[in-house]
Design a protein around this ligand. Structure first.
Ligand code: TRP
Ligand code: SF4
Length: 355
């Protein structure tokens, strides 16, 4: 098994993954957030240490990055929601636009990367609750000199062999973007920024190779090893991974309401061939993308979600009725979100992320 941070494969067996890569299973720390409560964040490295440091009021921060190589979809939303959660706890938050990575590994043009960032990503982050005044938001292509000299020097602390063992097949572009990401994850600990401190990186499970290399480099540089949490991938509308390279797989946060609703209503369900059968056996909820949309995005209230679970698995409710609820939820969310995003666009203009 090899994790490919630049691929778009989906992961089927999260137990096997945690086991093979020596990740830790996320224990129940009683954290009141649906990504934790529902096991959507399934694995971690040193999250327990991070949380302990935070509770003990030691210096901690979080950092994550998103590639502006296509529309921002509900898979990306998961990581932003988590950043908002930490920020609301009072934890210092950094979110970066991985435009160097988009350009070196996906061939995204400078114009497209900036347009996606300024028109889609940043306004959506703010609309989801990220407070730009309390966050460091930067683009990889336009940041501080200590960060640039640091990541180029880090390249001398690893070898091609080590990188191949972690990443598999490499190209100069992938090596570059991996080193930039090392700079992202480790630079908060430089004297020019926060100094030595525990940095938590919330990411999708495919990013673990980067986390492993960053932890190894931290040790060599006598820094605190960064912590990470790993969340499950968002399942695409048709059942494979939600990916910006497959337009039919995702719902974009920028989709017009009717488009988002239409895509949501097309999602794969766990319904049976006939109504009679489903009333008898109940829905196959573990295969149902509609249920995942509720669990990840549209039903943060556990009571409401549990009721869906009960009605589905008992056969009391069929998919048609269930999708009527989904339609309402998606409409309501998209409408409110679009209004917040339009307001946020004005804020983004003043931020000067690329200049
Ligand atoms: N590689 C990440 C992605 O594919 C983006 C990214 C860049 C990132 N730098 C980071 C993620 C630092 C976490 C931390 O989306
Ligand atoms: Fe999915 Fe709802 Fe159908 Fe159950 S009833 S399988 S949750 S769409």
């Amino acid at each position: 098994m090899q994790l490919n941070p630049w691929g778009s494969e989906s992961i089927k067996d999260y137990d096997k993954l945690t086991h093979e890569f020596g990740m830790q299973r996320m224990p129940d720390l009683g954290i009141d957030n649906h990504y934790f409560r529902r096991g959507i964040i399934f694995g971690h490295r040193d999250f327990d240490k991070f949380w302990k440091d935070f509770k003990a009021k030691k210096p901690v921060s979080i950092l994550t990055g998103i590639m502006p190589s296509g529309p921002m979809h509900f898979g990306h939303k998961m990581v932003v929601d988590q950043c908002v959660f930490y920020q609301n706890q009072g934890i210092k938050t950094r979110v970066l636009v991985a435009d160097v990575e988009a350009r070196t590994t996906r061939g995204t043009t400078k114009e497209d990367a900036e347009r996606y960032a300024l028109e889609e990503y940043l306004p959506n982050w703010i609309a989801l609750g990220l407070d730009p005044k309390k966050s460091v938001i930067y683009a990889q292509s336009n940041y501080g000199v200590p960060y640039y000299s640091f990541y180029s020097l880090l390249s001398g602390r690893t070898t091609l062999n080590e990188m191949q063992a972690v990443y598999g097949e490499l190209s100069p572009g992938k090596i570059m973007s991996a080193m930039v990401q090392m700079g992202d994850i480790l630079h908060p600990q430089l004297p020019d920024y926060d100094g030595p401190s525990r940095v938590l990186v919330p990411v999708g499970a495919d990013q673990d190779p980067h986390i492993r290399l960053a932890r190894d480099l931290a040790e060599k540089e006598h820094l605190v090893k960064p912590a990470a949490t790993f969340h499950r991938f968002a399942t695409g509308i048709g059942g494979s991974k939600m990916s910006s390279s497959k337009p039919n797989s995702y719902i974009s946060l920028n989709d017009p309401i009717e488009v988002a609703v239409k895509k949501a209503l097309n999602a794969l369900t766990g319904g049976c061939n006939t109504a009679a059968e489903q009333k008898e056996t109940g829905g196959k909820i573990e295969e149902c993308v509609v249920y995942e949309l509720y669990a990840y995005h549209f039903m943060p209230d556990d009571k409401e979600l549990t009721e869906i679970y009960r009605k589905c698995t008992s056969g009391e409710m069929l998919c048609g009725e269930c999708k009527r609820i989904l339609r309402e939820k998606v409409e309501k969310f998209m409408k409110a979100h679009a209004a917040k995003r339009e307001k946020a666009k004005k804020q983004v203009e003043k931020m000067g992320v690329f200049r």
